[in-house]
Write a protein that binds this ligand. Sequence first.
Ligand SMILES: [Zn+2]
Length: 282
Amino acid sequence: MSLLTATIKRNPFKSLSKSVFKPVPTRAMHIQSIPMWEGTGNNYAYLVTDDKSKDAVIIDPANPPEVLPVLREKTDSGAIKLSKIINTHHHHDHAGGNVEILKHFKLPIIGGKDCDKVTETPPHKSTFTIGENIKVTALHTPCHTQDSICYFFEDGNDRVVFTGDTLFIGGCGRFFEGNAAEMNKALNEVLAALPNDTKVYPGHEYTKGNVRFAKKVLNNDAIKRLDEYSQANKETQGKFTIGDEKEHNVFMRVNDPDIHALVGKDQPVEVMKTLREMKDRS
Ligand SMILES: [Zn+2]
């Protein structure tokens, strides 16, 4: 008897578990990032597909020359059935591609009230589905713009949130149309209430700059880990969760005594306001 057969006879289940009883993969929505204006705006569009029905949505396809070839190839090959454009807010580098995309695909546009050609603005906490499995909840998060909406996607145990310019990995958007109280509510009430394992997909790759600022404010282990990750990886979207943001994002740590000591304030809205002013000057 060879050594190999002896091993198999002694450990039949060990051998079988490797070859036959592979764990059934959990169902998962498919997310394709499409980087746009790399090196300048560093935006992301996202193509999200319900694997079973092939129903798909495109989020913030702002630069059609970079997005249309992907959509063309996938629709022509039958890999996806594109059903919607979704916008996180009206800024040109998010909703500015709508008119051009509509020339090639006849689609409804779900987005905030000021988005180009918007057909429907979903109310706060309203839901819709993509294909058979993906449930989307619209979360109004006014501040960066008054029409900012984050979209929470759930497919079984897989949860993600598309945050536009409201929440970035390790940072937040500028308060162009809102104030610190609104951003505090958006980040620390609305988004913080999502399950901690929700993965974050922001509208831009801004992580390196955000970490540079975070390190001036706080130097906890989570910020050190984010620093290392962002130095080693060009893309950080979908790699961190709402739970991680609560640890490494200083704008989600407005109750941290070490930050209070630095900014000389302890009320969350005041802390948010001061942090944003410091970041804008940095
Ligand atoms: Zn914006």
